[in-house]
Design a protein around this ligand. Structure first.
Ligand code: MG
Ligand code: MG
Length: 248
């Protein structure tokens, strides 16, 4: 069932989303060659807690980190650790924060120093694909409209669309109904209603759409080792459009 949020719930979700957006903003200057992903994770957790929230992903299904940090060919769910990031990497940071039982969820992919032209284009196109998907949202639209817009944009730019992982509803659980795939057909899937809150999160690859999971049972990587990008916002469905809750 897809829940319609009350005014009170929407207020709590706005606060959680604001902390997620602010955490991204806070972390960005630290994304420099030489820092480890564990250090970034610690900075994120301390910041989230300093705002009175808890990191939504810590312990979620047993995840060991506070945020997910995925480098280059890693698509999502990378576990923070001793690895140092280096010039030319791209780093996807997926952040969740919980305020009084309600969550915000947003991922962003950042360049580390100077990156290749093809990685730069991957980042630009994946961010644009997110906004193409969001542009379909309003009361009465279908979930399939979002996936259709993301997929068509990605295909036009010859990028692989990851299908194994999808966006989702957000509320008192990080992952609620409905699934919000990054592919689909117009006028199919559940109907969006004012007051629903969903996370839209295209994961696009420079090469094949195929992915597999590493032996750590968390990290999802591209099958051809080419880079992948991930951009995500949590949004409130409104009568005429949407409100981004995880704005930076
Ligand atoms: Mg996320
Ligand atoms: Mg999400």
């Amino acid at each position: 069932m897809i829940s319609i949020k009350s005014e009170r719930e929407i207020e709590l979700l706005r606060i959680a989303g604001k902390v997620v957006g602010d955490t991204h903003h806070y972390l960005e200057p630290f994304i420099k060659p030489g820092i480890t992903t564990a250090e970034l994770d610690k900075l994120a957790e301390d910041y989230i807690r300093s705002r009175g929230c808890t990191p939504s992903f810590k312990g979620l299904y047993g995840f060991p980190g506070s945020v997910c940090i995925s480098l280059n060919e890693e698509v999502v769910h990378g576990i923070p650790g001793k690895r140092k990031i280096k010039e030319g990497d791209i780093i996807s940071i997926d952040i969740g924060a919980c305020w009084k039982g309600y969550h915000g969820d947003s991922a962003w992919t950042y360049p580390v120093g100077k990156i290749s032209k093809e990685k730069q284009e991957l980042l630009e196109h994946t961010e644009k694909a997110l906004f193409e998907g969001l542009s379909m949202i309003h009361d009465g639209a279908h979930v399939g409209d979002i996936g259709y817009a993301v997929e068509q944009y990605a295909l036009k730019h010859h990028l692989g669309v990851v299908k194994e992982l999808v966006g989702h509803g957000v509320g008192s659980k990080v992952h609620e109904d409905p699934d919000v795939p990054n592919y689909g057909k117009m006028h199919t899937g559940p109907v969006l209603k004012e007051g629903m809150v969903i996370a839209v999160e295209p994961m696009l690859n420079l090469g094949t759409a195929d992915v597999f999971m590493l032996d750590d049972d968390w990290t999802v990587v591209t099958a051809d080792d080419k880079p992948s990008a991930h951009f995500e916002h949590t949004v409130l469905v409104t009568k005429d459009g949407y409100e981004i809750m995880t704005k930076r």
